[in-house]
Design a protein around this ligand. Structure first.
Ligand SMILES: Cc1cc2nc3c(=O)[nH]c(=O)nc-3n(C[C@H](O)[C@H](O)[C@H](O)COP(=O)(O)OP(=O)(O)OC[C@H]3O[C@@H](n4cnc5c(N)ncnc54)[C@H](O)[C@@H]3O)c2cc1C
Length: 406
């Protein structure tokens, strides 16, 4: 059978190699000069290739449409992803949070292994851009590219989403889906930096906090939707860093005032211990101005903001600070709050939320229910996961399910 895959990224190449191993004649169209540009930058260049967990845990890390993925994930689980790359000679290791990386810490080893496997299986990679689908009598017959027509029995759209468009994922897959009559659900970024209201956070721009705790509260529901400890970064617009990217996946329909960020700068100390620590620091410099007295407790660039939030006059001598004022200081340190304004654009996101409506796709084969022979895999589908290797796992599992149906 002649298979044409649009996109030489994670899902496209996995589908290509699996299809070729089944004996099909496979061509991949890729509009970038080099395949796997996005894969090469995953996991900060280390590629968190999957998560070493069971299928139920993967499902729990996919906030929407996880049921749709159950069949694919059951047939190509994280264990299968690991076995696949190990069979290609890549040594893997499991880190904190069951995240799996190549031992070399080099994402290019993962993409290199995929490209090598594809080449060894005689898959043809053609540099061209898919412009439109050729559909005749409710069946796909091929693709019209910038340099000509490509006829095939099956066409697989593996074009990725809208995030990091410089890697080649410019959203073409959604246009092709719409051309075929598919619904594309609302598109936005997930795992994306967050904009905060006001200019307070800009004062601490560039500050990277380690071991702080972030709680995100949905004020409309009156409950926290995210609480985790880790690393975050102040920027000119708000906040970024691993903790914030993860938190963004738990927020939706953001309107002013809906979500509040609360940062605990000293999560290891309870109120009593923090107060004791403050008192010890004050006792060492009793005649100093308040704004000059907490340099050992907090990073310099966050101090003006904490002082402002505590309401204590900066020039007040520390030996005159009252118990109530100390309590206000401790609560500013334990709960530095910001109102969320919105998310950064999808181009800055790790993953696209939304995509081809999965109700119109067969979960077993990833085939369109509207056009015979047309398949959608990877990020172009309306399914995305949290950080931890779950998004590549979705790409590989949907690719495998698709290939097995040929
Ligand atoms: C900075 C960053 C870090 C990430 N880190 C991780 C991580 O560590 N772990 C994880 O699980 N996930 C990670 N992700 C997410 C992961 O990269 C994606 O989920 C995954 O790449 C999606 O695979 P895909 O095949 O659907 O799309 P892509 O990998 O984006 O591939 C799509 C391909 O299609 C090509 N294409 C698009 N349109 C056309 C067209 N019209 N004609 C021809 N070719 C076309 C593109 O050029 C591209 O090569 C990260 C994402 C980013 C941006």
């Amino acid at each position: 059978m002649k298979i044409l895959i649009i996109g030489a990224g994670a899902s496209g190449l996995m589908c290509a190699v699996q299809s070729a191993w089944l004996g099909h004649e496979v061509t991949v169209l890729e509009h970038e000069k080099h395949p796997c540009r996005k894969l090469n930058i995953t996991g900060k260049g280390r590629c968190n290739v999957t998560n070493n967990c069971d299928v139920q845990t993967v499902m729990a890390n996919i906030p929407r449409n996880s049921k749709f993925l159950f069949s694919a994930l059951s047939r190509f689980s994280p264990e299968d992803t690991m076995a696949f790359f190990e069979s290609l000679g890549i040594e893997l290791k499991t880190e904190r949070g069951s995240r799996v990386f190549p031992v070399s810490d080099n994402a290019k080893d993962i993409s290199g292994a995929l490209i090598n496997a594809v080449n060894c299986a005689d898959v043809k990679i053609v540099t061209d851009s898919a412009r439109s689908l050729i559909i005749e009598g409710g069946e796909v017959k091929g693709v019209l590219g910038g340099r000509g027509e490509y006829r095939a029995d099956k066409v697989v759209v593996a074009t990725g989403g809208l995030s990091y468009p410089k890697t080649g994922s410019t959203g073409d897959g959604y246009k092709l889906a719409r051309q075929a009559g598919h619904t594309v659900t609302e598109l936005c970024g997930s795992l994306v930096p967050v904009e905060l209201c006001g200019s307070d956070c800009a004062q601490a721009m560039g500050l990277s906090l380690k071991n702080c705790k972030l709680t995100v509260t949905d004020n409309s529901a009156g409950k926290p939707v995210f609480e985790q400890q880790g690393e975050m970064l102040f920027t000119h617009f708000g906040m970024s860093g691993p903790l914030v990217l993860s938190a963004s996946a738990h927020m939706q329909d953001i309107t002013a005032g809906r979500y509040t960020f609360s940062i605990d700068l000293k999560p290891a100390l309870d109120d009593k211990k923090l107060d004791e620590r403050v008192q010890r620091d004050f006792a060492e410099v009793p005649n100093r101005d308040f704004d000059n007295s907490i340099g050992r407790l907090l990073p310099a660039s966050i101090i003006p903001l904490v002082i402002k939030r505590s309401g204590i006059p900066p020039e007040k001598k520390v030996n005159q600070i009252t118990k109530a004022e100390r309590a206000a200081l401790c609560s500013a340190i334990h709960a530095l709050t910001f109102e969320v304004k919105g998310l950064r654009p999808v181009s800055e996101a790790i993953i696209t939320r939304g995509g081809v409506d999965v109700k119109e796709i067969s979960p077993k084969t990833m085939e369109s229910k509207l056009v015979r022979g047309l398949h959608f895999i990877g990020e172009v589908l309306d399914a995305d996961g949290y950080t931890g290797g779950f998004n590549l796992q979705i790409a590989f599992a949907t690719a495998y399910a698709c290939a097995q149906s040929f």
